[in-house]
Design a protein around this ligand. Structure first.
Ligand SMILES: C=C(O[C@@H]1C=C(C(=O)O)C=C[C@H]1O)C(=O)O
Length: 295
């Protein structure tokens, strides 16, 4: 018996190969991410937010990148002080040395031990240090180096680094961020004194380099929620950030963002901050204010 003409033909969905399935899953994930990104971007205004242009900040600013001002840590601090920003992912010392910010709780740029991008590069023994040239972008790392050297009874003169090109020719140089990573990855004759590792050796605590500083006295609960969402989004998609960024190479990004740097501010990080406060005071690098955390 032949099938009646009007009977619908059985339609078979084409079978997907495992590769096609994986590609589709990836496309769907990407679409969801884009939507989440879109949601975040819509609601950051009217707040003005700044962050550092270093690779390490990427996971805390996922989805809001296009809305924030990127600058060096020292420029960001100046903008915050002039009230040109409502929030900045800024050096911890800016917050500790100025009684005008709250710290957004539970997140930070921190390391437990070796950080990779904050170090003293030295061609001569540290014990002989008389002067050190410092990346002018840095605030926190200069103070961290002052503390670490003072604990060894060393008080060199701190001078501004004239240019990154000059770094290879100087005996003692403090570098941070991507410029630091560039230096380490290029040929050089210096030994590397990693400040995260030195801090851990001295205190057994993590070191907190940067936090979200919020201008005090401004109603910012919506902004705080946005920044928490950006962090959640960034950490949920850390793998894809590591895969899709183009700085350096994949292995480096994986180690750096997935291992050396971490993004939570827990009990140990707060103990680390308290220890830093104690040592800044001990070595006369104050006045230092108690950090005030807001959820
Ligand atoms: C870990 C780092 O921390 C940075 C160091 C800063 C400083 O020295 O003032 C400020 C912000 C952080 O992003 C780095 O960028 O290498």
């Amino acid at each position: 018996m032949s099938l009646p003409e009007e009977m619908p033909k059985l339609r078979m969905a084409p079978v997907e190969t495992p590769e096609q399935l994986a590609q589709r899953a990836e496309r769907e994930k990407r679409a969801q991410e884009l939507q989440r990104e879109g949601n975040l971007e819509q609601s950051l205004a009217p707040f003005r937010v700044g962050s550092v242009h270093y690779l390490n900040a990427a996971p805390l600013t996922r989805g809001i990148e296009d809305e924030i001002v990127l600058a060096t840590p020292s420029k960001l601090a100046e903008m915050l002080r002039r009230d040109e920003l409502d929030a900045g992912l800024v050096s911890i010392t800016e917050v500790l040395l100025n009684d005008r910010y709250d710290i957004l709780d539970s997140m930070a740029i921190a390391s437990l031990g070796e950080v990779k991008s904050v170090f003293l590069a030295h061609r001569r023994p540290i014990e002989e240090i008389k002067e050190v040239f410092c990346d002018t972008a840095s605030l926190t790392s200069i103070n961290l180096l002052k503390v670490l050297l003072a604990e060894r009874g060393l008080k060199p003169e701190f001078k501004p680094l004239p240019s990154y090109e000059a770094a290879t020719q100087l005996d003692y140089v403090l570098l941070i961020g991507d410029a630091g990573i560039d230096f380490i990855r290029a040929p050089h004759q210096h030994e590397i004194f990693d400040l995260g590792a030195a801090w851990y050796e001295l205190t057994s605590f993590p070191f907190v380099y940067a936090v979200w500083a919020l201008r005090r006295g401004v109603e910012n609960s919506q902004l705080r929620r946005q920044l928490r969402e950006a962090r959640d989004f960034g950490l949920d998609t850390l793998d894809s950030i590591i895969r899709s960024r183009t700085e350096y190479d994949y292995e480096f990004r994986k180690d750096y963002l997935g291992w050396h740097i971490h993004y939570h501010m827990g009990t140990d990080e707060k103990r680390g901050v308290a220890k830093f406060v104690e040592l800044l005071r001990k070595h006369g690098l104050g006045p230092v204010y108690e950090p005030r955390f807001v959820v």
